[in-house]
Unconditional design. Structure first.
Length: 390
């Protein structure tokens, strides 16, 4: 085997797009495509001054990468949606610096799918072990307390656990198409009370003279994406310091690139006599799955959020044979709109022995509690599910 060279890349552009994409594979979700991650950097939605320093680990052989770990050096925990404040407090109590930390995820995107990328034909388990050892050595030499992989791909997860990662379970929401053919099938899965509520909410929007149009492909240009940005910015501003406005205007403009717009769907709420948006949501798809990401509105209209962010995307998903829909983080109201609770895993490595042992003693109890909570929530759903699907 040729000699392996270890390189840490402070920009994704240090790895050619075709090489990244070859290792990521044709089936990689949009949030881990080279173009998406480059757009985050290019638009300065993430960079070192914002606490997101790209630090991708790649193993090179004969001037070609054979394995890549998308990583970032973080100086805070914002934009992750896996809330580790208890870990940060424990580090403080032990007199340790919790930051900076190493983080593996698609920045600002709480979507399941993180993994290492490997060249075809490579031993994935062996390379995962090797890369974990390299990460451990780098962290210890540079005074980094932890390495954290969030929203991990369930297929890659066992390889990382075998390499010594500790698993922490959290909760997300997921809608499944199952055998539903159209929105009527979706409605019929609910009990009579919630079916009536959903019909009432949709009828309110219709009687308000509002129509929802799904924009795709060539319909998605910089002008409409600038409008989406303005709505997103205004929505975040309503929450003040808790608004979580992370993305810049130029990132939205980057999505008009032909390489990206085919993965984007905008749900535009407008008056019947005008296409000017009253509200919009931005979703991402790969043809099998739909992800809800951002939304905003110019007017406060009852039920408009549910229509633009849930009902219209679900209707579109059914029409386009989409199998599942991740609506995004947060929101207890999602259960009443057809979303199951589902576990997702984050994987962790801590480099202080005392801290590591304390958290590892706590994790089994925390994970059992989370599994029980998910089971309890799914037992109270106002709709039918067709057997075990998760």
């Amino acid at each position: 085997m040729a000699r392996i060279n270890i390189r840490w890349h402070q920009s994704i552009e240090e790895i050619p797009e075709y090489q990244w994409q070859e290792l990521a594979g044709e089936g990689v979700i949009p949030f881990y495509k080279w173009e998406w991650l480059k757009s985050l950097e290019k638009s300065e939605s993430i960079y070192s001054e914002k606490g997101w320093q790209p630090l991708h680990l790649a193993l090179w052989s004969d001037n070609y990468p054979i394995a890549i770990a998308p990583l970032y050096l973080k100086s805070h925990s914002f934009g992750e949606f896996v809330f580790d404040q208890a870990f940060a407090q424990l580090a403080n109590d032990l007199g340790l610096n919790y930051y900076p930390k190493l983080l593996g995820m698609s920045p600002l995107s709480p979507v399941e799918g993180y993994r290492f990328f490997f060249k075809s034909g490579q031993d994935k388990a062996k390379l995962t072990q090797l890369m974990m050892q390299i990460i451990d050595q780098f962290a210890q030499e540079n005074g980094i307390l932890s390495c954290n992989f969030l929203y991990v791909d369930p297929i890659w997860r066992p390889l990382a656990e075998d390499a010594g990662c500790s698993t922490w379970l959290n909760k997300q929401s997921l809608w499944l198409a199952e055998e539903k053919k159209d929105f009527s099938d979706y409605l019929n899965s609910f009990n009579s009370n919630q079916r009536r509520n959903i019909k009432r909410e949709r009828q309110y929007i219709q009687k308000s003279g509002i129509k929802i149009s799904a924009l795709t492909g060539m319909e998605i240009d910089k002008d409409i994406l600038n409008c989406m940005y303005d709505l997103y910015e205004n929505h975040c501003a309503r929450w003040g310091p808790w608004g979580s406005k992370y993305l810049s205007k130029s990132f939205f403009e980057e999505l008009a690139n032909p390489k990206q717009r085919n993965n984007i769907i905008l749900f535009n709420a407008h008056r019947l006599d005008s296409k000017d948006p009253i509200a919009m949501s931005l979703c991402v798809t790969d043809g099998d799955m739909l992800w809800g990401r951002y939304w905003g509105s110019k007017e406060e209209i009852d039920y408009l959020h549910f229509e633009v962010c849930y009902y219209s995307p679900i209707s579109w998903a059914l029409d386009n044979k989409i199998k599942s829909f991740d609506p995004g983080a947060g929101g207890n109201h999602k259960q009443r709109r057809g979303f199951l609770a589902k576990e997702h895993a984050s994987l962790h490595r801590w480099y202080d022995k005392t801290m590591s042992e304390m958290i590892k003693q706590w994790l089994p109890k925390a994970n059992k509690f989370m599994i029980n909570q998910i089971e309890a929530e799914n037992n109270e759903l106002p709709f039918k599910i067709n057997g075990p699907t998760l």
